[in-house]
Design a protein around this ligand. Structure first.
Ligand SMILES: [Zn+2]
Ligand SMILES: [Zn+2]
Length: 163
């Protein structure tokens, strides 16, 4: 079992590799290249941490990309997940999905403090293996999983005990 730390923001050559992968996938699907799609991918890949669709729209506006419709972002994000550039995460956040970069970083799951929002990212091979076993047992071919543990972190528990 180990804690996973967030890697540095993807640099320009990393971005190029990610966009290459995206363009190849787009071509295989017979879709046209799109500068808006690329701009969404760039913004999403360089965001730190876990972000919502609203966070991403704000980021795009800050980058001067103003001609993006919310519906376009909703259409592009699942493609970025499918291609392995992003992973869906923090489903329990409630008000819509969260995403984070998956490209050139390790798969991980999350511990979430429901009081202060602290997030610990971890990886346990035994849990990964068990999930694959469960899927196999029920005849599922796994495409992805989201695994979250909710609770109270050490600091919040101590604060509660102090009253
Ligand atoms: Zn906490
Ligand atoms: Zn994460």
């Amino acid at each position: 079992m180990r804690r996973v730390t967030e890697p540095p923001v993807l640099d320009e050559s990393g971005l190029d590799r990610a966009l290459d992968r995206l363009r190849q996938a787009v071509r295989r699907r017979g879709l046209k290249g799109s500068s808006v799609r690329d701009a969404i991918a760039r913004a999403a890949l360089q965001r730190r941490g876990h972000f919502s669709v609203d966070d991403l729209l704000k980021e795009l506006r800050e980058r001067g990309v103003t001609d993006v419709h919310t519906s376009t972002v909703y259409r592009v994000l699942p493609l970025l997940v499918e291609v392995g550039l992003l992973q869906m995460t923090l489903v329990s956040a409630g008000d819509g999905a969260r995403y984070e970069r998956a490209f050139e970083r390790e798969h991980h799951d999350h511990l979430i403090c429901t009081r202060c929002g602290k997030i610990v990212e971890f990886e346990v091979e035994a849990i990964e293996a068990l999930q694959r076993e469960v899927a196999e047992r029920f005849g599922f071919r796994l495409t992805d999983h989201v695994h979250e543990l909710l609770g109270t972190c050490k600091d919040c528990s101590a604060a509660a005990a102090r009253g």
